[in-house]
Write a protein of this length. Structure first.
Length: 172
């Protein structure tokens, strides 16, 4: 796949066919996209978000947002690795950011536990409320064994402990 293709990986496209229910703040605050943002949209957003006119955001493939406009993306940081195996990150509208999952397979288990990208970063102490729809989807589509949200987040943060500092280095 061309890394600037706007076509989502099959697993992500299938996931985005499911209903993400915000449930008046008790559910997952996530609006899935049917395609990645284009390179131009990513460039414009990332320059504005970082306040740095020399960055291009080419390492991010945005595939959704929360209700405040924070983006969820695949972080293309592992060379020679397919998009599905890249880490999932959250880049919030107010500058909050973090690693959400080490890859899409583990991301499915985060959602299965009722935790979305925003919730994982903004409310790490939130008690999971397993989501039957996402649990079934993860069982049928993830290539990794079932995981609880806290395990997904712990693995992601252990694998990429300097993500926040990396983002700081890009900010103007």
């Amino acid at each position: 796949m061309n890394i600037w293709s706007t076509t989502l990986p099959t697993i992500l496209a299938k996931l985005h066919e499911l209903a993400f229910d915000y449930n008046d703040g008790e559910g997952i605050d996530f609006e899935p996209y049917q395609s990645f943002l284009s390179s131009e949209e990513t460039l414009n957003w990332f320059k504005t978000w970082t306040g740095n006119s020399t960055v291009d955001g080419s390492q991010f493939r945005v595939f959704g947002q929360d209700g405040t406009g924070g983006y969820v993306a695949l972080w293309f940081t592992l060379s020679e690795t397919v998009l599905e195996e890249q880490p999932v990150v959250f880049l919030g509208s107010e500058g909050d950011r973090g690693i959400v999952a080490t890859n899409l397979d583990e991301y499915l288990w985060l959602l299965a536990d009722g935790i979305g990208p925003l919730e994982a970063i903004a409310y790490p102490e939130l008690d999971p409320k397993p989501n039957p729809q996402f649990t079934e989807f993860a069982r049928m589509n993830s290539k990794v064994a079932a995981m609880k949200a806290q395990a997904v987040l712990a693995r992601a943060n252990a694998a990429y402990p300097s993500f926040s500092q990396y983002i700081d280095s890009l900010c103007g």
